[in-house]
Design a binder for this molecule. Sequence first.
Ligand code: AMP
Ligand code: MG
Length: 505
Amino acid sequence: MIPTTGWNLKHTYAELPEIFYRNQKPAYVENPQMVVFNQGLAESLGLNAEELKKAPGIFAGSQLPHGAKPISQAYAGYQFGHFAMLGDGRAVLLGEQIAPDGRRFDIQLKGSGLTPFSRNGDGLAALAPMLREYIISEAMFYLGIPTTRSLAVVLTGEDVIRERVLSGAVLTRIASSHIRVGTFNYISVFGTKVDLCKLADYSIMRHFSWLENPDYENKYLMFFREVAGQQARLIAKWQLAGFIHGVMNTDNMAISGETIDYGPCAFMDRYDPDTVFSSIDTSGRYAYKNQPLMAAWNLSKLAEALLPLLHKEQEMAIELAGEEISKYWDCYHENWFAGMRAKIGLVSEKAEDAVLISELLDLLKQHKLDYTNTFRLLSTFLPIDENPNLSEKSKLPGLSELSRLPELLGLPETPDFALWIKKWQNRIKLQNQNQQDTIELMQKHNPALIPRNQQVEEALTAAENGDLTVMTNLLETLSTPYEKAELYSLPPESKSCGYKTFCGT
Ligand code: AMP
Ligand code: MG
């Protein structure tokens, strides 16, 4: 029997006008080698994982899969606030795989050689940054944060010249599309109004097909509202998880609402809203605390591109867009508060909850507490003992009773944390909820495991030296982030403070 690899590639993006892309074959490489292959993801896409994991040539770009029609997409972007023409400088889209459930996914190779958009770059990628994207995107997926995913990383067998000579690699990225805010920025500057309409209609078809209703009076305004809503929900999830993207330029913001382009990103260890990891972000533009604002800034650049479609009078179009941006803020705050309430086990809503939450965050900041571990360990202060014979003082599960807690949290000898715990416990008692359910709610919203910077670095260093076991173990552990796993949830060692990430281009 001839093995079937399961490719079912379609090419709707390539049916858009030529301004949107260039035909571009990936570069041929002689000796590709599989490094990591995502079996579960392959199967969910309807691909034959057993066959494909033995076919590194397909994921290096040397051998095109059945029905592929490779293109590089054109886009621009506001990078640190400044407009730039970009495009896929080192990526090709092989096509759109239709999964067995009917969903459509872009299959993109990243690091597969020069394209018409390469500018001064070499079109290549090195092993460590591609594995980094693989690890963090998969971790995000298991944390329940919308994201592009990673199907494979292969070594090309060729060198990549950076500060030193590195091993070349190609990542296969799976996305519900690669339409970016930057794609709209590009068309609004270099395309016609017809092109803009086509892009908006195409985006609606890919992501918001319920808007394809002739009865809707202003479907482009509704499209903008949907995109903004997706971003609001996404950024709230980033903030709640302590994820810092690092380079939120408009070319790195997907219309789908998936996290995209894992460059200098990282998870925050100690809680500090000013945290910046990216070595290129010297002004802190994309610091943790600025992410909601930067998403709004990017949305305003999307709105600017869409203005001609929103209303025939520009002033009116601007007003409409402004209203949508303020709805973005409402949606963001609502999602963030709902998420924070769940993190501290609250099922009901009270006006004073906002203060309770901000006091906790202040304590985290003041005592430089680990963000992930503190929230995760909070549920160990439940259930609250209701035994009426106990004195008021001993009813409080004090820090001394939970002897490992101060050590795990790195708590100082100050009473303020204990006072906050007491206040919070009183609030928990008010909601008349089974406390076991409250604990479960908290555990579902507070991961025990995030990709700790130092662990990721160790996995990458080992992989560069040919040992993949560290990474395989890390990936395995990160696939159940809400289950208890002591080793990985320990606070980071001081080594990872002052951690810097590099674009790796
Ligand atoms: P990124 O920082 O990955 O979002 O990339 C920003 C822009 O630079 C995109 O247009 C990329 O395609 C391009 N780019 C990044 N690295 C390279 C490279 N090595 N060769 C060519 N283009 C690149
Ligand atoms: Mg990018």
